[in-house]
Design a protein around this ligand. Structure first.
Ligand SMILES: *Cc1c(COP(=O)(O)O)cnc(C)c1O
Length: 349
């Protein structure tokens, strides 16, 4: 830390991203990417013609992409907001809707970035423990009187809430924004999209990084009431209006034109998830019920850190969190069947 850093950030604890090692090839099951490449349409769309236009700024409104998203999800373009990865939406939402007097509530075990943005923007955070069996305890959020952010399915547990449970939270907090981070919703959970017409305080946050095989392109979007989207635009146009580059915009459109490809991939991942869950349970693991493209698992009697290190030495990367309550768990991304068989082979050692 230099002596020039603003005091505001002196105590900030930044987010630690999962490793992206460049030294050797691992079976990479640590950051919940898709094991499948982008669709052939995406590969065609990001072509030399598009690259040759990189001297020109991209469309800051992302008009075509927003129209395509609106059509895909049955809303208007004024209900859609796009950013350079959904982390940016989370960041801008904290800026737009939270302050000293408008805090935010989220579970003790959830996506690590929520507390980082809370610190970054000096927002009071109410951290609510998950139940003993790692469920979001919905009554804690009913009439809570603050903004709320919940990942559904939750990360890193993978456990999903029902639409009725989400609705209770949204409905009982009409004067606060309820953000539902649906990063993993395409792997079998229920989206809150059907509630959009009824609730002006609901913001749904999605990403192309997981089910849509575009983690490297950086593209996230939010869907909500037009007034909420306008608030987010206000922040975006005060920061970086050209945040989504040309190549990512065309990739994002082509991706939506190949929905069947991505649906088939998600189905494959769900099947391999069920296979992996059974195989881990057969080896004595406890596996939480996952609605995502990862499983959260522990083996009684073995420290999570030791298991993580053993797997790493044997060429398999998974995610381990040095955090109370979950120190003995590993978060294992679901890859292809072949990748999971290699994981199981190493575990059998
Ligand atoms: C991966 C993830 C994100 C961020 O995705 P990007 O679009 O890649 O920034 C947001 N929320 C949750 C819960 C995630 O797991």
């Amino acid at each position: 830390m230099s002596r020039f850093l603003s005091q505001r950030f002196a105590a900030l604890e930044p987010y630690t991203p999962g490793e992206q090692p460049q030294d050797r090839t691992y079976i990479k099951l640590n950051t919940n990417e898709s094991p499948y490449p982008p669709s052939p349409r995406v590969l065609e769309a990001v072509n030399a013609e598009q690259v040759s236009m990189l001297n020109l700024y991209p469309d800051p409104t992302c008009g075509l992409l927003r129209e395509k998203l609106a059509e895909t999800y049955g809303v208007g373009p004024e209900n859609v907001f796009v950013t350079n990865g959904s982390d940016d939406i989370l960041n801008m939402s904290f800026m737009a809707f939270c302050d000293r007097d408008h805090g935010i509530a989220f579970p003790d075990i959830t996506y690590g970035f929520y507390s980082v943005y809370g610190q970054l923007h000096d927002v009071p955070c109410r951290v609510i423990p998950l139940t003993e069996d790692y469920q979001v305890h919905v009554p804690d959020y009913v009439n809570i009187g603050s903004n709320v952010i919940i990942a559904n399915p939750n990360a890193p547990t993978g456990i999903a809430l029902s639409l009725e449970e989400i609705e209770r939270i949204v409905q009982s907090n009409p004067d606060h924004v309820v953000m539902i981070d649906e990063a993993y919703v395409d792997f079998g959970a229920v989206s809150a999209l059907p509630l959009l017409g009824q609730y002006k305080n609901l913001l749904i946050i999605r990403t192309y990084s997981k089910s849509r095989s575009l983690a490297g392109a950086r593209l996230g979007f939010a869907i909500g009431d037009a007034a909420l989207i306008e608030d987010l635009e206000r922040i975006k146009y005060s920061m970086n209006p050209y945040d989504i580059n040309r190549l990512t915009q065309v990739a994002g459109i082509a991706c939506l034109e190949s929905d069947d490809y991505y649906k088939a991939n998600a189905e494959k991942i769900i099947r391999v998830r069920d296979y992996t869950t059974k195989a881990l349970e057969a080896r004595g693991f406890t596996v939480l019920p996952s609605g995502a493209n990862f499983v959260f698992a522990k083996k009684p009697g073995i420290a999570g850190k030791d298991l993580y290190q053993f797997l790493r030495e044997n060429g398999v990367l998974v995610r381990w969190f040095d955090k109370e309550r979950i120190r003995d768990f590993l978060r294992i991304t679901i890859g292809t069947r072949e990748q999971m068989d290699k994981l199981l082979f190493v575990l059998d050692k």
